[in-house]
Design a protein around this ligand. Structure first.
Ligand SMILES: Nc1nc2c(ncn2[C@@H]2O[C@H](COP(=O)(O)O)[C@@H](O)[C@H]2O)c(=O)[nH]1
Ligand SMILES: [Mg+2]
Length: 377
């Protein structure tokens, strides 16, 4: 006759812990009902109940847990359907579908309450080019465009900086370490031009209204669907956070409650004139925990959100999840805006991003992933 005992939610038969829930459930129903429970391992209050009542409680508890796990498994049945859709899309490259499917299963099982989205802004939530293939603006680029109209000499300085440093940023030969001093020089010089000109908050808001920043198709719906399901959105940008805020206010009417920013912020004086930039400087190659203030106000909101969806367009975006304390998966979705002939660059994106989107002007993939997570809870 086997000796059966329960400790909390664990079941022991002859001292050995039973792992499988199904067999546990079956065994509990059959075994506990007629075998004397070893009271040596049972908490004293159990001794007041008859074995049959304990058996029924144990079976019910295991059944509930087993049911919950079966429900969790059912939820993840949607994952193969999404993977099938990925495979059918021309613009999607998924180098390791098995690993992506495993991450998606964990995210679906965890649900919206365990999920956080960390996204770059320039050329990730915003479009890289318009339908004619013309390059659209970054948040810094708002000054390139507008200052040229008001003060051509100063405007040319912004444009010269971009023409000099943008090729360095995306140079396939220089290492990130070799690029960093150039990035610091670019960001520092352009921020100094803005502060020295003492642009007012109103002027900058007008610049945004007249800028060539364009949301990716579906970006408004994506951001609002995250807010509707209480999924935090952390916009981690080496651009200018104020520009992103003004852009969201102008496009969405208000900044959704769930949306938070880690970015370079223009500081204004009492006359609302630009007087400084926030520290530390955030450039393309330091988008990681080293620039996150430890007591960031919204950290309490993302605490416990173990599953991360990371959206980026550059190699500098792949470590934006570093610093979020957790043990869940990060699903990295990368927008590739480069040339299809540049096979080395494309291969590099496939190595660092789980899903690579080729010249994709939409948020469709990210929306499908979030919809799947939301639909199963
Ligand atoms: N036109 C300019 N673009 C700039 C300048 N400084 C930086 N940048 C670009 O911004 C993005 C970073 O933003 P992120 O949201 O994508 O992290 C970076 O890729 C640079 O190309 C500037 O002075 N002018
Ligand atoms: Mg970007």
């Amino acid at each position: 006759m086997s000796r059966v005992a329960r400790l909390g939610r664990c079941l022991f038969v002859n001292g050995r812990r039973f792992e499988s829930r199904q067999s546990t459930l079956q065994m509990q129903a059959e075994t506990l009902a007629d075998s004397p429970l070893s009271t040596s391992l049972e908490p004293p209050q159990f001794s007041m109940f008859k074995a049959t009542e304990i058996a029924a409680a144990a079976a019910a508890c295991a059944e509930a847990e087993c049911y919950e796990q079966l429900e969790q498994l059912k939820k993840t049945e949607v994952v193969p359907l999404l993977m099938e859709w990925f495979v059918q899309q021309q613009q999607i490259i998924c180098a390791n579908p098995t690993e992506v499917a495993a991450k998606l299963r964990k995210m679906v099982a965890g649900g919206a309450r365990k999920t956080v989205v960390i996204s770059d802004f320039d050329y990730t939530l915003s479009r890289f080019a318009n339908e004619k293939g013309e390059r659209l603006s970054t948040t810094h680029g708002v000054f390139d465009d507008n200052v040229m109209r008001l003060n051509p000499a100063l405007g040319q300085q912004f444009v010269d900086l971009k023409n000099k440093y943008y090729p360095i940023e995306f140079c396939p030969i220089l290492t990130q370490e070799e690029k960093i001093p150039h990035m610091e020089k670019w960001w520092g010089t352009s921020h100094s031009l803005i502060v020295n000109e003492k642009f007012s908050k109103n002027t900058i808001e007008d610049f945004v209204r007249q800028s060539r920043i364009v949301f990716k198709d579906g970006a408004e719906d994506f951001i609002q669907s995250l807010d509707a399901h209480n999924i935090p959105l952390v916009i981690f940008s080496a651009g200018i956070g104020n520009i992103i805020e003004y852009f969201l206010e102008q496009k969405l009417g208000a900044i959704p409650r769930n949306t938070h920013f880690i970015s370079n912020m223009i500081l204004f004086d009492e006359e609302e004139k630009a007087c400084a930039f926030s520290e530390p400087l955030i450039h393309t190659f330091c988008k990681n925990s080293s620039v996150i203030q430890k007591e960031t106000s919204f950290f309490h909101e993302i605490n416990g959100r173990v599953n991360v969806i990371l959206l980026g367009d550059s190699m500098g975006d792949i470590h934006m999840d570093v610093g979020v304390e957790r043990d869940g998966p990060t699903l990295k979705v990368g927008y590739y805006n480069g040339s299809l002939d540049d096979t080395a660059a494309l291969k590099h994106y496939e190595e660092v991003y789980d899903i690579v989107l080729i010249h994709d002007p939409t948020l469709d993939v990210a929306q499908k992933i979030v919809d799947m997570i939301n639909s199963t809870h």
